[in-house]
Design a protein around this ligand. Structure first.
Ligand SMILES: [Zn+2]
Length: 427
């Protein structure tokens, strides 16, 4: 029996309402009660966790690993290494691959590839519509059988409300949550930055907040109509927070997710014309950032994620107009959230940050993860919430470098990541 003893850390395990100084033991890949391993410490490895937080392995439920199709941006193996370096033991991949993950054979290919080469747990989602084209439903039952954890057309948004209603009804039959990238195409058109002061001043086409809020409202109505959960991805606008807050108070099965760039930056950044500030939905106004922080503080926005979207240098090093949307995020998100939410604004405490990265996504996606209960998989993240460090994009494990945070000084980071009792990253 091989054992790992993580000694002297502060265990924060929100699933079990635990916050205490204690040792944590992993035996044969599983968390065990300390008392079960007395006298068997001869073959054990000890990890000194003094001064560190011992958390359940963190989950990022919104990443783009670019296989199949775009291995020059990221592979499943390199994306998994980036996840481990960011403190993540489980990630959920979006289906906008090539071919699109809208069929069981592509899902099987991704799972095989992850089993061969990924050092963290990589869970696929399936597309809602065939080819993410929004015209015809994918075979949702077959995707469920193939083992997807949710369906989403992320990057795209189904515009036909009747089709979306059918998707939610099918998803309910298979007990799959629906994740949605909220964007009304007729209103957003080919907008690329937040519609407001800076878009006007710089002459860049605007992406109005109402383009997100309309679809959030649509999703609330459909979640009520179909009595099934819809999760709104990467929320950026104040109006979306108001809609979600009201709906959640009424008990509607709806949730919202927040990415670090939407609270760490505002649309003022786009005046540099640096394409690493181009994302979808776009960076918004300081008022939106305040509303997002309010939504995090009162639980309206309940899940933290990165929207890790790797692109090669040559793809981003073009005119602002032509550049693809998105930034890498796995290796900076925990540091950014700790810096912004814990240290700077004191929006929420460390326990809640860990909960929004563990219990909340695990419950939504019905994952057996996100807890340090006895018998759970030995997935553990050791965090130093006070460590000051500087982001160095050229040291990323990710194959891509498209980050607006290069050179930023952050406070707090994961220092050791353990998956199934095996160290996959150590600072
Ligand atoms: Zn998206």
């Amino acid at each position: 029996m091989s054992a790992i003893i993580i000694k002297g850390g502060r265990i924060i395990d929100p699933a079990n309402k635990r916050d205490e100084m204690a040792d944590l033991v992993i035996t044969d890949g599983k968390i065990v009660q300390r008392s079960d391993v007395r006298g068997q410490t001869s073959e054990s490895e000890e990890i000194d966790a003094s001064g560190l937080i011992v958390a359940p392995g963190l989950i990022d439920m919104h990443v783009h690993f670019r296989e199949p199709g775009f291995a020059h941006k990221e592979t499943i193996a390199s994306g998994a290494r980036a996840a481990a370096a960011g403190g993540f033991t489980t990630v959920v991949c979006m289906p906008n691959t090539s071919p699109v993950s809208d069929n069981p054979s592509t899902i099987a290919w991704i799972k095989d590839r992850a089993a061969e080469g990924a050092c963290v747990n990589v869970l696929p989602t399936g597309a809602i519509s065939k080819d993410i084209a929004g015209d015809e439903l994918a075979s949702i039952g077959s995707l469920a059988q193939a083992g997807v954890v949710a369906i989403t057309d992320d990057g795209h948004c189904i515009q036909n409300h009747e089709l979306m209603r059918r998707a939610v009804e099918y998803a309910r039959m298979f007990d799959l949550p629906v994740l949605d990238h909220c964007q009304d195409y007729s209103l957003v058109g080919n907008g690329i930055v937040h519609e407001g002061y800076w878009s006007t001043l710089l002459g860049l086409r605007g992406w109005p907040s109402a383009g997100e809020e309309l679809i959030v409202a649509r999703n609330i109505l459909l979640a009520e109509l179909c009595d099934h959960h819809i999760h709104c991805q990467h929320i950026s606008a104040a109006g979306s927070v108001r809609l979600l807050r009201d709906a959640r108070r009424r008990g509607v099965k709806i949730s919202g997710e927040i990415c670090p760039h939407h609270i760490a930056l505002t649309d003022e950044s786009v005046q540099t014309f640096d394409t690493n500030f181009k994302m979808n939905p776009p960076l918004r106004s300081p008022e939106d950032v305040q509303a997002l922080l309010g939504g995090i503080a009162d639980g309206t926005l309940s899940i933290l994620a990165s929207d890790h979207a790797p692109h090669a240098g040559f793809e981003k090093e073009v005119e602002f107009d032509q550049a693809p949307f998105g930034i890498v995020g796995l290796e900076t998100e925990l540091g950014l959230f700790l810096t912004v939410l814990l240290h700077k604004h004191k929006t929420i405490d460390l326990r809640r940050i860990i909960e929004m990265y563990t219990v909340e996504p695990a419950e939504l996606l019905k994952l057996e993860a996100g807890t340090l209960s006895a018998g759970a998989s030995g997935d553990v993240t050791l965090i130093d919430p006070e460590m000051e460090w500087t982001v160095r994009a050229d040291e990323f494990q990710s194959m891509s470098r498209n980050t607006p945070f290069d050179g930023w000084k952050l406070k707090g980071r994961a220092v050791h990541t353990i998956v199934g009792g095996r160290t996959v990253w150590k600072l």
